[in-house]
Design a protein around this ligand. Sequence first.
Ligand SMILES: Nc1nc2c(ncn2[C@@H]2O[C@H](COP(=O)(O)OP(=O)(O)OP(=O)(O)O)[C@@H](O)[C@H]2O)c(=O)[nH]1
Length: 309
Amino acid sequence: MHINTETPLPCSYLSPSSDPSVADDSVNGVVKPRILLMGLRRSGKSSIQKVVFHKMSPSETLFLESTNKICREDVSSSSFVSFQIWDFPGQIDFFDPTFDYEMIFRGTGALIFVIDSQDDYVEALSRLHLTVTRAYKVNPSISFEVFIHKVDGLSDDHKIEKQRDIHKRTNNDLTDAGLEQIHLSFYLTSIYDHSIFEAFSKVVQKLIPQLPTLENLLNIFISVSNIVLWHAIRLIVSLNKQHVSTNTKKNCAPFSSMRLRNMGFTAPNHNKAKQRNDLYCYRAILFKSGLSFTRCCGLPVGLILGLFS
Ligand SMILES: Nc1nc2c(ncn2[C@@H]2O[C@H](COP(=O)(O)OP(=O)(O)OP(=O)(O)O)[C@@H](O)[C@H]2O)c(=O)[nH]1
């Protein structure tokens, strides 16, 4: 199960305001949340998009050409998970009068800024500051997400050190500008492991307005059901075997069958499960545990939502 991407929308060499297809982003009158991928040249933006949504192997990204235009793409796996990704060329000039950044930021749900951690990041940080302050003035409700990318080349200590340094410098810059209320989320990512899927999943989850309501409803379902959780976990683990890392297994330890039995869950009664109500509960538990599982191991949330939609 994976997130399906619809036909890519045309890339635009024009300023978005002069591109008629940008003016109307809505599908059947519903405007999809927009995720922007920004950052300096060669920071890894297009690679992230290709690996996460097009199943491109990380090594193939070595041959990607530099993006010189805004590329937009629709992503949808269900009615819950549906959004647009805009991949920007490395150097966007906010002062270019043909670049209508107000129009772009107004319809944006999340702005992902990608920083190449293997490179000197001083210029990237000043570009991040400029981008975030501009975007925030136009649309304070944007989620600002910083991917400290290409961490596969760094030791664990080095990763933590870089994250701390980037976090500190960025927050100092915002405080100096009197904008300490802007919240940035930081992620250590690489296309060579599951970290990029985990980070994207967290970004997308923030864009699903129905998520809290769904979770509440499912909690109610679960509280009245006695069907075991471990079946769901096993099902999901077996569906995603290829993504399961040692870390994931550790995260899933609380769901071990022994513990679930101790928590009072019993094996499902298959005769009863055939009954309509139990079936609904069963699916609800699968869905709920899928969400928890997605959170704990960082698989794309669409993977789970798509399963039960
Ligand atoms: N080591 C490592 N290299 C990566 C990673 N992600 C991307 N790269 C490499 O970084 C280089 C640049 O990647 P792109 O995706 O073209 O970068 P971009 O930000 O889209 O570049 P522009 O289109 O010029 O803005 C490629 O050679 C990728 O293989 C990563 O996680 N780790």
